[in-house]
Write a protein that binds this ligand. Structure first.
Ligand code: PLP
Ligand code: COI
Length: 366
């Protein structure tokens, strides 16, 4: 049963649908799907739903993908009141289209909304928006190996008002982008730069919310990572505990098989991480969510106690970490089989090649 079938939620919305008369031709779409990259090309349509203090959620629409008209005083442009999600649609062998744990993304969007003083979109509407977009743009879900349609729901303050208070007019949108591998090299170990000068989040801040400002704050340290020849940046908290990467969670594997991931109120609660940890528990691994200091990481690798380190997230799935580099050190990271075998198990479920024993898949095209 999906949440849409629930009889406790709000009544379904009725979307108006305006078809894109300039939609890509089949040949144009197929050329894009042959080599989609990540986040560069977009489908023919988008969904939007308005919200206002007085009207609640209203005017649900499916319309041609295209520029949004915004008042220059819209609060999001000044105070960054914005949140988003990342979730994928997968094409199965029989052609059907499924997504993975969308209730979790819907709930996380609500938690992010609470922290950013935005209205909470009912999870039923969130799910309905995914279905509405797939109903018109289902042909954009690619069928190649490791390909998917990356769905990007987002919400922002559109009220034209320069006073600093929660906006009274908000827009929710959903756009979609066919995706191949997030890292252009495919599944090869990534190098990580340790950010010492910059933090991503602080106690009581917005670290656990998926809000644009967190990513804006990560861009300068991410540039520092590139300057130092690294793919990604890892952040520490004020006590020098490991938090996460700019766009992925971190997981450590110990030699006794225990799997440890940093847990703190300022880390984004990753759905990929939660799923991977469940698969590891199913295999009999002990799993711990707790603080992991930089010292524990570096000493654990040096002593051989830590046997694998990997990053995980919707866009990047599971990616082994090959190197941790700081201003005055470079630690090669051990690599093993577990990260890749958990990646395979997870993607087998997502692509319908393995039984979905946890009931994680939701069909979107029926
Ligand atoms: N941490 C950050 C900062 C992220 O942007 C993401 C990606 O969404 C994750 C972790 C992983 O979350 P998920 O697995 O839900 O995609
Ligand atoms: C995701 O994995 O969905 C993310 O949001 C990470 C990044 C693309 C921002």
């Amino acid at each position: 049963m999906t949440l849409l079938d629930s009889d406790t939620g709000p009544a379904p919305l009725t979307f108006s649908v305006t078809r894109n008369l300039a939609a890509a031709t089949t040949a144009e779409r197929e050329e894009i799907l042959a080599n989609p990259g990540f986040g560069q090309k977009f489908t023919d349509h988008m969904v939007d739903i308005c919200w206002s203090v007085n009207g609640g959620w209203h005017r649900p629409r499916v319309q041609p993908y295209g520029p949004i008209s915004l008042d220059p005083a819209a609060a999001v442009l000044h105070y960054g009141q914005e949140i988003f999600e990342g979730i994928k649609a997968y094409r199965h062998e029989d052609g059907s289209i499924h997504t993975f744990r969308p209730d979790q993304n819907g709930r996380r969007l609500q938690r992010s909304a609470r922290r950013l003083a935005l209205p909470e979109l009912p999870v039923e509407y969130f799910l309905q928006s995914l279905r509405e977009l797939i109903a018109v743009d289902g042909a954009w879900v690619p069928s190649g190996a490791d390909q998917s349609l990356y769905l990007r729901p987002f919400m922002f303050a559109k009220e034209a008002f320069l006073g600093v208070r929660p906006a009274q007019k908000v827009a929710y949108y959903l756009i979609a982008s066919p995706a191949g591998a997030y890292f252009s090299g495919g599944v090869k170990p990534v190098s990580i730069w340790l950010s010492e000068d910059y933090a991503r989040a602080g106690k009581g801040g917005t670290g656990a919310a998926k809000t644009g400002g967190n990513y804006a704050a990560s861009l300068l340290p991410q540039s520092e990572a590139y300057e130092n020849g690294c793919d990604q940046v890892v952040f520490l908290d004020q006590d020098r505990n490991v938090e996460e990467l700019g766009g992925m969670n971190v997981v450590f594997v110990y030699k006794d098989g225990t799997i440890v991931t940093p847990e703190s109120p300022s880390i984004l609660e990753g759905i990929t991480r939660d799923s991977i940890l469940q698969l590891a528990r199913d295999r009999g691994h002990k799993v711990e969510g707790r603080a992991v200091s930089l010292t524990e990481w570096r000493e654990g690798v040096a002593s051989g106690d830590i046997v694998e380190v990997f990053a995980c997230g919707t866009a990047a799935v599971v990616t082994p970490i090959g190197v941790l580099k700081g201003a005055d050190f470079l630690d090669e990271q051990p690599t093993g089989e577990l990260a890749l075998s958990l990646r395979e198990e997870l993607t087998d479920i997502q692509y319908g090649r393995r039984e979905d024993t946890h009931g994680w898949l939701t069909r979107l095209d029926a």
